[in-house]
Design a binder for this molecule. Sequence first.
Ligand SMILES: Nc1ncnc2c1ncn2[C@@H]1O[C@H](COP(=O)(O)OP(=O)(O)OP(=O)(O)O)[C@@H](O)[C@H]1O
Ligand SMILES: [Mg+2]
Length: 662
Amino acid sequence: MTGLSDFFVRREQKGKGMSDTIRVLIVEDIPTDAELMEYELQNAGMNFSVQRVKTEEAYISALSAFLPDVILSDYSLPAFDGITALRLKLERAPDTPFIFVTGALGEELAIDLLKQGATDYILKNRLARLPVAVSRALREVEERKEHQLAQATLRTTEELLRKVATAIEQTAESIMVTNTDGKVEYINPALTRITGYAEDDILGREFTLLRSDRHPRSFYDSIWQTVNSGNPWKGRLVRKRKDGSVYDIEETISPVKDRSGVVVNYVFVGRDVTEQIRLEEQLRHALKMEAVGTLAGGIAHDFNNMLSVIILNAELARDDVHGRPRINIEEIISASQRAADLVKQILTFSRKSDHEKNALNLTPLVKETYKLLRSTLPVTIEMQLEMKAASDTIMGDPSEVQQVLMNLATNAYHAMLEKGGRLLISLSDRTFETRQTLPHASMEPGRYVVLSVTDTGCGISEEVKTRIFEPFFTTKKPGQGTGLGLAVVYGIVQSHGAAVTVDSAVGRGSTFTVFFPALEDIAEAGSQKRGIMPMGSERLLVVDDEPSVVKATAETLQRLGYKVTTATSGAEAWKLFRFAPEGFDLIITDAVMPEMTGMTLAQRILEVRPDVPIILFTGFSENLSSEDVKAAGIREFLLKPFPKHQLAETVRRVLVGTNSTR
Ligand SMILES: Nc1ncnc2c1ncn2[C@@H]1O[C@H](COP(=O)(O)OP(=O)(O)OP(=O)(O)O)[C@@H](O)[C@H]1O
Ligand SMILES: [Mg+2]
């Protein structure tokens, strides 16, 4: 047996018996005296072996070869003496008891001998006491040894216990120990973290307070059947936190037995899998939507063809008839057009519509849509706009993104139709560093532009929530909703590589949040092929005496991934460059600046580093021709105002050209 419980077993073991042979070393020159000692020990029923010595050499070698359990020594011998024997034993076998067996011995001398380290003394005329003295001496040795062993074991055990305790306290798994009545005796911090119960709340109480109402009685019965038959139970459970909310846990419940096999405790070890289950559900949902989308898309496609035929023919027929039939045909046409509208929405949902996507700033788009909503929604809806996105550029189609916002806001409005309420539209940005923090399974860590619509309306029940994105799923009365709003949102979100999440509580309202991958991340993912502007990560120095130009240019380049340093005069730029000539991969400078012009700056820079590429930009063509500029060693020349893509392309071209000529 090893480990912690072993310690307690050892502690309970009694000291070993004295049935072993005792090795007795007798220091005595008179054989009869020695025999008398042996006789007394034998008489007392002791099991022993003896070695007799009478010289110092014999004594020393016996100490190490015979390894006596006890030494019986005369006080004075012709060739040796007891005091020396005692001193030698203290040096060489300090734990071995040493008993003087002598003729007359004065009281004072006796005390002195004991002080010097003798264990006991016996007078030769009272030898009957010898066995008792030997036994006592041996017992004392045994006890001392045991004590030392116990101390050492205690130290290692304490160390081990401390290690185990630290591990239990720091593990991410929740651990709970109950007694056989189900009363909680221990919980670890992870359990507190997961359930909200502190030790004071739960110690001494029944563990069943963690039970949710999600499982039937029979389920719990089967767990305890397993555990009570002495086996651990393992499985997924829904448990309840202190605040009443539930969580999913993968738990092992084991009976803890003592050495005689009696169950004395139960130990519950669990891993919170709420998050894992949520992600699994999202994935399942995504797969279902994919299937529905494919199906709907196929139908819509055929419908489109049929509707075209219906509408075209109905229009032809309309022109040929008058009176009542004409009115009927008008009806056919308008119903067909409504149907065509629906088909268009389905196509959006099933991603069969191919809208072109470009870099798109969401701030103006959201503001504009907000204005539109504000003017159409009744005053019973209090509206609020929150714009906190530092970077708001995505790859997207403006009309589709607007459609997402309109559909979400319309739903929010409908949810507050009866009682009124507050509608909050917010735009922000967020970076997710790790997978664990991602709000949706389809997302990758990275930067996102986040659009959310919150209402204080009726909220959505858990059951309804699983279906809201399905096409034609609606809880509205016939004629009031087709159930396509969110399906369209879903389709658009998918085609944007985005994700949408819903957070809702019945009676309290809902928040729909759309996470659009931020443009810089898309570009990093190597999507340049899709017609996105070329990007890079080189170090650029941007110089212009107009701060707003510097700022806009720098920001544009930063978004493209470059590391940009700015200067607002030729002199400042020169200082920066001279300080770290190797710190820049490209210089972009305005041509016309007071004091030091762009050309002068360029010349100075090129004197120090002829290889550094320089782009010159100017407000009008001044006296500089493209040839002049190139002749001065400047690579390219940009005419203000230049569109973003031209800047991006020029910078990239110059940098690539530089690398390939190196
Ligand atoms: N903000 C919300 N609050 C409460 N329930 C909502 C909210 N948004 C959506 N729902 C629920 O989701 C269902 C589906 O929404 P969806 O927009 O797809 O269709 P609809 O609004 O019913 O019809 P349509 O948008 O086609 O006119 C709604 O019927 C409603 O039950
Ligand atoms: Mg809707």
